[in-house]
Design a protein. Structure first.
Length: 94
C-alpha cells in the first residue's frame, strides 16, 4: 500500500467557494498521508470541519494559504518533491 495520497481537487484556481470532493477523503480512508491541493484554505477548512490530522509535523501545508493558484500549485509540487526525497531508499553499506 502507498504511504501517501496526492490529489487535486477539480477546481483549485477559484477563490470563492471551497470545493471538497470524495478525493479529499480518500487518504483518510486508506490511512495515507494526505497531500491535497484545492481552493485557497481547503486544508484549514477540512481541519475545522472534520478535525482530520493532516500530519503537519511531517507535511508542510503552507501552500494552502497561497492566494495565487499558480504559486500554490508550485509550492504543492515542491512539497511533494521534498517528501519523495525523504522517503527514498538509502543505499546499504556492504
Amino acid at each position: 500500500m502507498e504511504r501517501s495520497n496526492s490529489s487535486t481537487q477539480t477546481v483549485h484556481y477559484v477563490q470563492s467557494d471551497i470545493h471538497i470532493t470524495e478525493k479529499s477523503f480518500k487518504p483518510f480512508y486508506f490511512y495515507q498521508f494526505p497531500l491535497i491541493i484545492g481552493n485557497y484554505g481547503l486544508i484549514k477548512k477540512m481541519k475545522d470541519i472534520y478535525k482530520f490530522d493532516f500530519f503537519d509535523d511531517v507535511i508542510d501545508h503552507s501552500y494552502d494559504f497561497e492566494n495565487n493558484h499558480h504559486a500554490r500549485l508550485m509550492k504543492f509540487v515542491k512539497e511533494i518533491k521534498r517528501i519523495i526525497f525523504l522517503l527514498r531508499p538509502t543505499p546499504s553499506c556492504s
